[in-house]
Write a protein that binds this ligand. Structure first.
Ligand code: FMN
Length: 329
């Protein structure tokens, strides 16, 4: 087996987190509920995330925000992703997380990682000065990163890793000025456990080609692991991204929606397309879990349609992949 094949087939330890593979399931708004995360995890996703939660909503104990933390299954390694505009807001949200895990929300004890989102391109997020709007505000983003790193050392929760996810800038100009590189340096100085680089700026849509060279630049300045993100669908994509950049792991988003079995193919352990019988069995398991933990209808609707599409494809019918309406991609 060549070195790169061995790398792609290996697990890795980031921070205190021992990961069975180098393929992480991305946070996906409207998609990443517990039933979907469990299926991806069982197919080889090393780590899964809840969708992005607004720190302010968590700090204010907004019920709709609290309900997004569906970490009911202790065997599925899960991180929470937060969107924070300031260190105070972040720490208030993390305080609620700690209190909930000790009291009314015992399933929150299963959270092993916290990630911060500095990439969400939604207009209201940017207007609030959050997400990618923070990338060039070095003092502010540095203070948020430091607050997260410090919290990890003092929290009573069993948090094994803290990380951030960035885009390349708010727009093409910021990407050209490489506003992401000082952020990589700050994350390194704070000794976060990794940084995920989504190789697009916030003005780009997901159909636009990612600039993988930026992941290579990040890797050169980082002293922490770099997780590459953007258009990794197959093992061959992962091989090319690793060879081009030296990235340490991969964050997988749309390919997982396309087929949760993509993870076994990424790991070199099977086909990305599942047999109809397997899809049908997983659809039933998803429904059972969703009923048990009272998953919101919007997720159930989405996955009902997605399983139907996977089944149609397994029977040789053509069906286009969909993503949830209004998701901030
Ligand atoms: C439906 C959908 C929802 C998303 N929700 C989030 C989210 O909650 N947090 C986040 O950081 N990124 C989110 N993203 C962005 C992905 O995590 C990822 O960065 C992006 O899709 C590029 O990866 P890909 O080329 O593998 O799809 C979302 C993307 C999609 C398609």
């Amino acid at each position: 087996m060549s070195d790169v094949e061995a790398f792609l087939s290996s697990g890795v330890t980031f921070g205190g987190l021992s990961l069975p593979s180098r393929f992480l399931l991305a946070p996906l708004e409207g998609v990443s509920d517990i039933g979907f995360r469990r299926l991806c995890f069982e197919q080889g996703a090393a780590l899964t995330y809840t969708e992005m939660l607004r720190a302010r909503g968590l700090a204010q104990r907004n019920r709709a925000t609290l309900d997004l933390i569906d970490t009911h299954h202790p065997a599925v390694t899960t991180g929470v992703q937060l969107l924070a505009t300031s260190p105070d807001e972040l720490l208030a949200a993390l305080g609620v997380l700690e209190q909930g895990a000790r009291g009314a929300e015992p399933h929150w004890q299963n959270i092993v990682a916290v990630d911060l989102n500095f990439g969400c391109p939604s207009r209201d997020v940017i207007q609030q000065g959050a997400g990618p709007a923070l990338l060039k505000r070095r003092a502010r983003i540095g203070a948020i990163i430091d607050a997260l790193a410090r919290w990890k050392t003092t929290t009573t929760l069993p948090i094994k890793a803290v990380s951030i996810k960035i885009r390349l800038g708010l727009n093409a100009k910021e990407a050209e000025h490489r506003v992401y590189l000082p952020v990589v340096e700050m994350a390194s100085s704070a000794r976060l456990d990794w940084i995920t680089v989504h190789a697009r700026h916030a003005g780009q849509r997901s159909r636009d080609k990612p600039d993988w060279t930026a992941i290579g630049e990040a890797k050169k300045v980082a002293t922490i692991p770099v997780v590459g993100n953007g258009d990794v669908r197959t093992r061959d994509d992962a091989r090319r991204l690793h060879e081009a950049t030296g990235c340490d792991a991969f964050l997988i988003a749309r390919a997982a929606i396309g087929s949760p079995w993509a993870f076994r193919a990424l790991r070199g352990q099977g086909a990305a397309d599942a047999a109809a019988g397997d899809i049908e069995r997983e659809r039933v398991r998803y429904d059972e879990t969703a009923a048990r933990v009272r998953t919101k209808d919007k997720y159930r609707q989405f996955h009902g349609d997605n399983f139907a599409r996977l089944l149609a494809a397994a029977r040789g019918e053509r069906a286009a992949v969909v993503v949830p309406k209004n998701a901030h991609m």
